[in-house]
Design a protein around this ligand. Structure first.
Ligand code: PGA
Length: 245
């Protein structure tokens, strides 16, 4: 695992975007695994800027997103599809038919999960997976559990996740309680992983995940076993690991 400590959020975002850009420049038909949340917003800003300057072309890129809230349709401004469209799809030349987000609105979540696993398989797996990390160490919406889930599955969100996501909603009652998420198995099969984390509230999960035992109780800890994982932190998120790197 490679750890990069950037000065601040802007530098963290640029470093992560540079790694994604390198992937796309090397393989124009790359499959990018993408993430939502506050952490990767700056990364998408940097990628959109590189596209605007004519330095990147997404016309042959495919994207598969990590997760979606259960019950959310694309036109719901709180949906992760909507987030992706606002921050990334609409700002670059990725083809709409090449973008994939789990179908949170499928009345049969099990069907949505199997369909999403088929999509990941059909696109040939993920070349580079971008990740954030939750305060409880989740990646995607893989919450702390007794075992690592392999494929796409329906999850009940932890109270700490609901509280962390509360800022995107008017009231806490509005935050969905469940979501469809890509499994740890699909994430670990990505050929390359880039995780971004910023801010003080990521100090503990960063310390536990990358310097503690590998355990499904701290889902991101499994990334210690990935052969090509780069963790990009800002100084605040890195504060508790500074003396170990
Ligand atoms: P955040 O979420 O980027 O909004 O902090 C990260 C995550 O939950 O994966």
């Amino acid at each position: 695992m490679r750890l990069i400590v950037a000065k601040n959020y802007e530098e963290m975002s640029q470093r992560a975007a540079d790694l994604i850009a390198a992937q796309v420049l090397q393989e124009e038909d790359s499959v990018l695994g993408l993430a939502t949340g506050g952490s990767p917003v700056g990364t998408y800003d940097c990628l959109a800027e590189m596209y605007r300057e004519g330095r990147l072309d997404f016309s042959k890129v495919t994207s598969v997103n990590l997760d979606e809230y259960e019950g959310m349709t694309h036109d719901n401004p709180q949906s992760y599809w909507y987030f992706m469209n606002e921050h990334f799809y609409s700002r670059v030349n990725i083809r709409p038919e090449n973008t994939h987000v789990p179908d949170g609105a499928d009345p049969d979540p099990e069907h949505a999960c199997r369909a999403y696993d088929r999509i990941i398989e059909e696109v040939g797996g993920i070349d580079l997976q971008l990740l954030g990390i939750g305060p409880d160490g989740h990646i995607g919406f893989n919450e702390p559990a007794d075992a690592f889930a392999v494929g796409t599955h329906l999850v009940t969100l932890e109270q700490s996740t609901i509280e962390a996501n509360r800022r995107f909603f008017e009231k806490e009652e509005d935050v969905p309680r469940s979501a469809v998420t890509m499994g740890i198995g699909s994430i670990m099969r990505a050929r390359r992983i880039v995780l971004v984390a910023n801010g003080e509230n990521k100090q503990d999960p960063v310390l536990a995940s990358f310097f503690g035992p590998v355990t499904p109780k701290m889902p991101a800890s499994i990334l210690q076993l990935h052969p090509n994982c780069t963790v990009v932190l800002d100084e605040a998120a890195a504060a508790k690991i500074r003396d170990r790197i």
